[in-house]
Design a protein around this ligand. Structure first.
Ligand code: B3K
Ligand code: ZN
Length: 869
């Protein structure tokens, strides 16, 4: 197994290409036979041999233009076919073992369903191929399988023929007329319930919609199918993009490494992102189903019709498609809560990635294992970069740019530079400086300094940017940053600068710093920056807590208002860290009480504003954190908050009536607000009865889970009793039971490690199912601060022991769960050495996967200087 890094700079076009593929697949649990007939043409002028990728395949035979061909050499990951002509047909027969494929890449058999996952480099585990995204071919696939066991046989494209054999098997042939890279290949065989529907595009084309779910789960698929139709309509209305095949299929499976996969015409989904009904799914689950369904659908244009030239360009399709799904979700639900959701992801996870050894630009330069680069940076920061294009070009300019992108590149495999060029040509706006966002990693910090001259009534505000060095890049350049900029005085009057550097509320910062001048100023102005999170940056604004509260009161931008409250909480928690929590002035508590009173009817904003920043978010504004003292300070603040504000919290809680369950934005906001309030009230004398009442009365999973979360950590007896009740109700339904696994794994208790061991012995737990592993070990490592960061290091060791086991089964999932351990640089020296000791154990392990090797070795090689984030 090669541990060598590949570099973006070393890209070479392929020496051969494949135009058409004819595949025949005879399904068998341990010996599935693949016959693939490839039409190959030499595209370079030199006389290279043909080198095909292949991984874990048993080669049976190989023919060139129908004749047995023996001038070949099998190496570890490649098959070299020597002295081939310029154009020829290669017929390869090989066997694979789906049943023992626990890594869930390539073709695997789980719970009596065959399915595939080929992105990024899984097709080479099915057959020998040029497994790279810049080789595009049409596919015709014939599947053969036992008819009783696998009545459904699916592949990409349209079904063109089918038949039965005498031996109890049947076969179906599928044709996909759109040339595609191998990573979009898919097949499925199983026995499902089917939901059927249809959709007529604006231009009148009728598309069959099919959703395949586990037997008995049909009613839980209805929402996903409705979401799909909304996404199809939205993409036509917003971008003029229609679906292209006659049929669109989605299959939900229980064993899946990620959320879902956009295979052409045949999406495969983790059932977590398909199945939802009122009883079993929370409002958040419904939201996620709709957004993932849309995301995969939107890939049909941004990803499939126009694909990536090489994997370094991943953000070309992912950043853009995440942006598209975010815009869709905002239109379907609410702009504000969507924006806050995404900013939380950026602050909790992406900023942490930037500060870690895995730091990389949205277009990475160097990769050992591609699966490690499906990151919050490529996806979420990538989407923020597209959002900045949208800000710079405006709605119409952005649409023109997208039209130009499709006009130029439909049917091609292209680069991020091609995308920028299309945007630039269509709008005639120079994007060359802006494009540095593709190559520079790290989180820029925007700092504000003010100078007020009371006599002249003028004020200067200097806005400076600085990007601290990152693990992968020590030298940084100033970026082109759209900084939404507002300015208020203590009476809430808004000001703009005299030179007009702020245009339409946005300052385009393209230099290390710039100074804005304000006149007619009677009292110091308060800068209100980065409205709607106009750029993926941190802000150093040095506001006093009084000023933050004024921002909440007067800012026009709702995001800024929410953010101001987050800063107030951050400031309060810092006081508790210093041991001065008790001294927080009554005026602050009174102001918080006013906020709650005044916004009592605005359930959306209040619900968001009452969420105290998470431990992970707080870490991003602190250095060398002692996890236990920060966690305790946060908790002490939460106690003080709920006790001091108990009566107003209770009054607003009582004022929110939630009628019988509806999934619409008004009810979602009300439930959300109510559950956030319950969480605070759980720390008060009302806690026990309120939580038990809500659990008993709940007619939906949002309120059930809301009650459990409120009880967790605050009301141990109620928690224990309600969790038992929940388990007996949902024991038969592992997807729902994952919520219960996750709650147990994130509960702070002294015996948490023995609790984890019990969870791992639970009849529904299996190391082979990524959802279960994420629910137990992922939740613990990512979110159980007290348990994972135990001062004796036992939490780190527990996770490491498990990772050693998991890595041998499913390296991709193991390499995800190891992330918190690799972020040792966030913590105090004592924790750093305990964490590194476990990373060293991992690195010393014989047979460590490439996935783990890359993350662990980078993390251990990372030397931090004071300046690193
Ligand atoms: N493109 C897939 C992700 C594939 C991950 C491979 N390890 C899902 C998505 O982003 O839509
Ligand atoms: Zn995607």
């Amino acid at each position: 197994m090669s541990m060598q890094a590949k570099r973006r700079a070393d890209y070479l076009p392929p020496a051969f290409t494949i135009s058409d593929v004819k595949m025949d697949v005879r399904l068998h649990p341990t010996a599935t036979r693949i016959t693939s007939e490839l039409q190959i043409t030499r595209v370079s002028d030199h006389s290279q041999h043909l080198e095909l990728d292949g991984d874990n395949l048993s080669l049976v035979s190989i023919k060139l233009d129908g004749e047995i061909f023996e001038d070949i050499e099998q190496r570890e990951d490649t098959l070299i076919v020597r002295n081939v002509p310029d154009t020829f047909t290669l017929t390869i027969v090989n066997d694979i073992d789906p049943q023992n494929n626990k890594a869930l890449e390539g073709l695997y058999l789980s719970q009596n369903t065959y399915c595939t996952q080929c992105e990024a480099e899984g097709f080479r585990r099915i057959t020998y191929y040029l497994d790279r995204p810049d080789v595009l071919a049409t596919f015709e696939v014939t599947l053969h399988g036992d008819k009783a066991q696998y009545p459904t046989l699916l592949a990409n494209g349209n079904p063109v023929a089918r038949g039965d054999n005498d031996d109890g098997t049947h076969w179906v042939t599928w044709q996909d007329p759109f040339p595609k890279p191998s990573y979009l290949f898919a097949l499925v065989a199983g026995d499902f319930d089917l939901l059927e529907d249809s959709y007529t595009t604006t231009s009148g084309k009728s598309v069959k919609l099919e959703l395949y779910v586990d037997k008995g789960k049909k009613s839980r698929g209805i929402f996903a199918l409705e979401s799909l139709k909304r996404a199809m309509k939205w993409d036509e209305d917003t971008f003029g993009l229609e679906y292209d095949l006659d049929i669109y299929m989605i299959v939900a499976v229980d064993f899946f490494n990620m959320g879902a996969m956009e295979n052409k015409g045949l999406n495969i989904f983790n059932s977590k992102f398909v199945l939802a009904d009122q009883r079993s799914a929370t409002d958040e689950d419904f939201f996620n189903v709709e957004s993932v369904i849309a995301h995969e659908y939107f890939h049909n244009w941004t990803g499939n019709r126009v694909t990536c030239r090489d994997w370094f360009q991943l953000s070309l399709k992912e950043g853009l498609t995440v942006f598209r799904d975010q815009q869709f979700s905002a239109d379907m639900t609410s702009e504000l809560s969507n924006r806050i959701k995404h900013v939380r992801v950026m602050r909790e996870h992406q900023f942490a990635e930037d500060a870690s050894a895995m730091s990389h630009p949205i277009r990475p330069e160097e990769v050992i294992e591609m699966n490690n680069f499906y990151t919050v940076t490529v996806y979420d920061k990538g989407a923020e970069v597209i959002r900045m294009f949208h800000t710079l070009l405006g709605e119409d300019g952005f649409r023109k740019g997208m039209d130009e992108y499709f006009r130029r590149h439909d049917g091609q495999a292209v680069t991020c530079d091609d995308f920028v060029a299309a945007m630039q040509t269509a709008t005639d706006i120079d994007l060359s400086h802006f494009a540095q966002w593709y190559s520079q990693s790290g989180t820029p910090v925007i700092s504000l300094t003010t100078m007020f001259d009371e006599r002249k009534q003028v004020m200067d505000i200097t806005v400076a940017q600085h990007t601290p060095p990152t693990a992968d890049q020590s030298h940084k350049v100033p970026l082109f940053i759209p900084v939404a900029f507002d300015c208020i005085d203590e009476n809430g009057k808004h000001y703009t600068d005299v030179d007009g550097k702020i245009k339409d509320g946005v300052l385009l910062l393209d230099a290390p710093s710039t100074t804005l001048h304000f006149t007619g100023v009677e009292s110091p102005l308060i800068p209100v920056v980065l409205g709607n999170f106009s750029a993926p940056a941190k802000v150093n604004n040095n506001l006093s807590v009084e000023q933050m509260l004024l921002v909440f009161r007067y800012a026009k931008d709702a995001f800024n208002r929410w953010d101001a409250m987050q800063s107030v909480y951050n400031w309060c928690i810092a006081e508790f860290e210093k041991g001065q929590g008790e001294q927080i002035d009554d005026s602050v508590w009174n102001a918080l009480s006013d906020v709650i009173n005044n916004e009592a009817d605005n359930h959306e904003l209040l619900g968001e504003c009452l969420v105290i920043p998470t431990f992970e978010t707080l870490c991003q504004t602190r250095q060398r954190v002692d996890p236990n003292s920060l966690n305790s300070a946060r908790s002490a603040f939460c106690d003080a908050f709920s006790i001091k504000l108990a009566s107003v919290l209770k009054r607003v809680f009582d004022s929110i009536s939630t009628d019988s369950y509806q999934y619409d934005q008004r009810s979602v906001n009300a439930r959300r607000c109510k559950n956030v309030l319950l969480n605070h009230l759980a720390r008060t004398e009302h806690g026990d009865s309120l939580v038990r009442q809500q659990y008993a009365a709940a007619d939906n999973m949002t309120d059930t889970l809301g009650a459990l979360k409120a009880a967790q950590g605050n009301l141990p007896d109620a928690f224990e009793a309600l969790m038992q009740n929940f388990e007996s109700e949902w024991n038969v339904d592992p997807l729902v039971l994952d919520k219960w696994f996750g709650l147990h794994a994130t509960t702070e208790r002294d015996d948490i490690l023995s609790q984890l061991s019990l969870l791992k012995q639970h009849p529904q737990f299996t190391i082979n199912n990524p959802n279960r592993v994420r629910a137990v070990m992922g939740s613990f490592a990512f979110f159980n601060t007290a348990g994972f960061h135990r001062a004796d290091g036992a939490g780190y060791k527990y996770v490491t022991d498990y990772l050693l086991e998991l890595d041998a089964v499913n390296p991709q999932v193991a390499a995800r769960v190891v992330t918190p351990l690799t972020q040792w640089q966030n913590y105090a020296p004592a924790h750093q050495s305990l964490m590194k000791a476990q990373l060293n154990r991992l690195l010393g392990h014989k047979g460590l996967s490439r996935d783990m090797f890359e993350k662990v070795s980078k993390s251990l090689a990372f030397e931090t200087s004071g300046e690193h984030a």
